[in-house]
Design a protein around this ligand. Structure first.
Ligand SMILES: NC(=O)C1=CN([C@@H]2O[C@H](COP(=O)(O)OP(=O)(O)OC[C@H]3O[C@@H](n4cnc5c(N)ncnc54)[C@H](O)[C@@H]3O)[C@@H](O)[C@H]2O)[C@H](O)CC1
Length: 261
């Protein structure tokens, strides 16, 4: 069976489930650390540290880049402590770099790029350095991919959890899957068909056997969309059932208890 490519909604729902006490049970910080570790490990498998010693990281506002998140304060302090420099403009940074890590937008990106990210995306379009994108190349439509070929094409993509539908437009030589945090149960529930991760690795290389069976046919998309909406409906029904159990429990404990006391 072939690896599943996720819609935006499914990717977001899986993320929520990973952080739910009745799902994956992870904390936000744990997931981010594990995702980051898998990206770092994948990058070092492809790009030799001696040949590519200076990596410029483009970070964004969401969980992909963590720029506007509370954890960012700690990350900035860590970079300062480790003497990792910050740059004053994308162009200046690129001049002194060997490799680029694109972590501007992830699976919640929508619409056209808004300020202040336009110049960063333009700089990525203009650079000749190899680019490694995290989860989905920034500014690509999460489901439609590199619409009209107007986006940049990275050399490497590290998909997290499972590739997003837009990743079908990735034509670079290195596609990895990172984020070894999906249980067998979640894999089966969402029909992900994840490949095994070798040894203790946090990432696995995706090759033709994982990717080729997915062609952009309507039939394939329709089948997948139907399968996904069935899963999302079941998840929704389960959540509603849990909510009504909770409400009944609350009613029994508070309202019924109060009226008898
Ligand atoms: N389960 C996992 O696989 C994990 C994934 N992780 C990473 O988290 C991102 C998804 O994070 P999220 O915060 O939902 O989304 P984004 O990073 O895409 O950021 C949304 C952010 O961007 C703004 N925005 C959206 N569209 C635009 C636009 N057109 N122009 C400007 N700004 C835009 C929006 O307002 C938000 O502020 C996932 O991809 C993974 O990389 C985690 O690491 C945990 C595990």
């Amino acid at each position: 069976m072939s690896l599943k490519y996720l819609s935006q909604k499914a990717a977001q729902a899986i993320d929520v489930e990973l952080m739910s006490p009745t799902g994956g049970g992870f904390s936000f910080e744990q997931l981010v650390e594990l995702a980051g570790l898998s990206v770092a490990q994948a990058v070092t498998k492809v790009y030799n540290k001696d040949q590519y010693p200076r990596i410029m990281v483009f970070s964004g506002p969401g969980n992909n880049g963590l720029d506007d998140k509370p954890v960012n304060k700690g990350l900035v302090a860590q970079c300062e402590e480790l003497e990792i420099p910050f740059v004053d403009s994308p162009e200046h940074g690129l001049q002194d770099s060997d490799l680029v890590l694109d972590a501007i937008f992830g699976f919640s990106f929508t619409g056209d790029v808004r300020q202040p990210f336009v110049s960063a995306i333009e700089a990525l379009k203009g650079t000749r350095l190899p680019i490694v994108s995290v989860d989905i190349p920034s500014a690509w439509d999460v489901e439609q991919g590199n619409v009209n070929g107007t986006g940049f094409q990275p050399s490497m993509l590290v998909s997290l959890t499972a590739p997003k539908q837009g990743a079908r437009d990735f034509t670079g030589p290195h596609h990895y899957l990172g984020g070894r945090f999906i249980s067998k149960k979640m894999d089966l529930k969402w029909g992900l068909n994840l490949p095994p991760f070798p040894g203790t690795d946090q990432c696995v290389k995706l090759d033709d056997q994982h990717i080729r069976p997915h062609t952009k046919t309507h039939q394939k998309y329709e089948e997948q969309a139907k399968q996904e909406s069935d899963i999302l409906r079941r998840v929704h029904q389960k959540d509603e059932a849990k909510l009504s159990d909770k409400m009944e429990d609350h009613f029994m404990r508070n309202v019924v208890h109060d009226s008898f006391s």
